[in-house]
Design a protein around this ligand. Structure first.
Ligand code: SF4
Ligand code: SF4
Ligand code: SF4
Length: 480
């Protein structure tokens, strides 16, 4: 157990033998002696605490740089040409610039996880209390917070104990980000050492978020009998109103499920999710469905099955609102990190928001109160489903064949495709009446939509592929 600093101030203390004025006692941290394991030499390490070890590693496994960009535009001196052995106006060379960009990327990733952890922990402490005990599996778990214990040297016992851990990673992240500023670090190896540090604090942040949600939401813990859950589009009952949750924060999904259960709608609505949040949601509610990976957002939205799309944070496509509008599905955004330009309706009565979403007065709403998200999502899904009748933007086979005839065989789509898929060939075959070559691309396509952006004729290449693979998509059912 660990408690943050304690400070005691006494203006005047009189005893039989003396009088003391303005006494102030500060204790940095209280550590409970019940944890007998000795603390290592570097608890809560700073940016340079492990530098020596990093350098040993980096000398043995020397970094090799293949620049993915030749210029730097990170300050107003730029852009600077760093090709060959040239240095930028600040004196930086290509090696240091590459490792600096890597540090910046790692800080972005770490900030995303740590920000999520903070959001989650604050919410759960408010809802369940700071003294909620950390139990992640009782005697089945030997080390309940391995990364936190290794890095910070403390054993968190309650949700409140995790706050200090997050305070630490947040401060480290600020320092790391400041290192990427023009005129700070100049050595590629020191940048790399800080990249290691960023990766380390990132993992601490992820562990905090995971522990907090496992503990507070009562997810299965070290349970060999944890139920298998449904995975795949084919597991979803498309006859029901469907709420699709996209992002990496389970809190809105939990509130949707709670509202459904409390109001007797749990057998009337399907709650689905993509990727991590979907997995977390199924650990909270075994009737929730995982429809697929986060990279398949486009195909799921365009398929028209979702009657309400709930977006929170991380890995949400920037065009998710636009795509949802195309299939007439109202959108609720539930995270202040991803407001999508929508009006903030958090303070409005739930029924007023529902009315505006159902009547199409606005395509979506920002709602930062998770409980209100739950109520609005359920009510909107029930009202919108009979009106939109699973309206979709995936074309019919005849349309694909007709449209494919407009293809100029310019190859721009294939050049833009990260998978180098033979799209022009599939277009040719489709124009002749067969979607078989598009069907062959279905499993290989990662759903990025770059081909459509590249096409000078504006052909909906990705949707053509999804149409060709539709049967497969609808039959996908797995257990996980
Ligand atoms: S940070 Fe350095 S290399 Fe980059 S634009 Fe500024 S001066 Fe040029
Ligand atoms: S969406 Fe288009 S560009 Fe992206 S992987 Fe699929 S075919 Fe290639
Ligand atoms: S970019 Fe468009 S027009 Fe060009 S080959 Fe691809 S589908 Fe055809």
């Amino acid at each position: 157990m660990n408690r943050k600093g304690v400070s005691v101030k006494i203006d005047e203390l009189k005893t039989d033998f003396a009088s003391v004025k303005n006494l102030q006692v500060s204790i940095g941290r209280l550590i409970d002696e019940t944890w007998t394991e000795p603390i290592g030499p570097t608890p809560f390490p700073s940016l340079t605490a492990l530098r020596e070890w990093d350098m040993t590693l980096l000398q043995r496994y020397k970094p090799f740089y293949m620049p993915y960009c030749d210029v730097c535009c990170l300050c107003t001196f730029g852009k600077c040409d760093l090709t060959g052995n040239k240095r930028g106006a600040c004196g930086i060379n290509m090696e240091a610039q590459q490792s600096r960009m890597m540090l910046l990327s790692c800080c972005i990733g770490a900030a995303t996880h740590i920000g999520h952890a903070r959001h989650m922990l604050d919410h759960l402490i408010e809802k369940f209390g700071r003294r909620t005990p950390i139990d992640v599996g009782g005697l089945n778990i030997k080390v309940e917070a391995p990364i936190t214990r290794l890095v910070c040297g403390i054993k968190p016992d309650t949700l409140g104990d995790l706050e200090e851990v997050l305070d630490y990673v947040e401060s480290q992240l600020t320092h790391l980000l400041s290192v990427t500023h023009t005129g700070q670090e100049g050595s590629s190896l020191d940048f790399e050492s800080k990249v290691f540090h960023a990766g380390m604090v990132d993992h601490v942040g992820m562990e905090v978020a995971d522990i907090a949600q496992v503990v507070a939401f009562g997810f299965p813990k070290a349970d060999p009998e944890a139920p298998l859950v449904d995975l795949g589009y084919g597991t979803v009952n498309v006859e029901k109103p469907i709420i699709l949750c996209i992002g990496h924060n389970v809190v809105p999904s939990v509130e949707i499920i709670d509202y459904m259960k409390e109001n007797g709608f749990d057998d009337k609505i399907e709650v689905c999710g993509l990727c991590c949040t979907a997995h977390d949601t199924t650990r909270y509610y075994k009737r929730a469905k995982i429809v697929g990976p986060i990279s398949w957002q486009l195909r799921f939205i365009r398929s028209g099955v979702s009657d309400v799309v709930v977006l929170d944070e991380q890995c949400v496509r920037a065009d998710a609102l636009l795509e949802s509008q195309n299939v007439k599905a109202p959108v609720i955004v539930a995270s202040e990190k991803n407001c999508m330009g929508l009006p903030n309706r958090t303070s409005d009565p739930a029924d007023a928001i529902v009315e505006d979403l159902v009547n199409g007065k606005m395509p979506g709403a920002l709602i930062l109160d998770p409980e209100k998200v739950g109520e609005v999502a359920v009510k909107v899904a029930l009202k919108v489903a009979p009106m939109r009748k699973k309206f979709k933007t995936i074309p019919e086979v005849d349309e694909v064949i007709q449209k494919a005839k407009e293809c100029r065989q310019c190859n721009d789509c294939r050049r833009a495709c990260p998978q180098d898929l033979k799209i022009p060939e599939a277009m040719k075959t489709a124009a002749e009446g067969s979607l078989s070559k598009f069907a062959d691309l279905y499993e290989l396509c990662i759903g990025c939509g770059r081909c459509e952006e590249a096409c000078p004729v504006g052909l909906q290449v990705h949707s053509f592929i999804v149409k060709a693979g539709e049967k497969k998509l609808k039959e996908e059912t797995y257990k996980v």
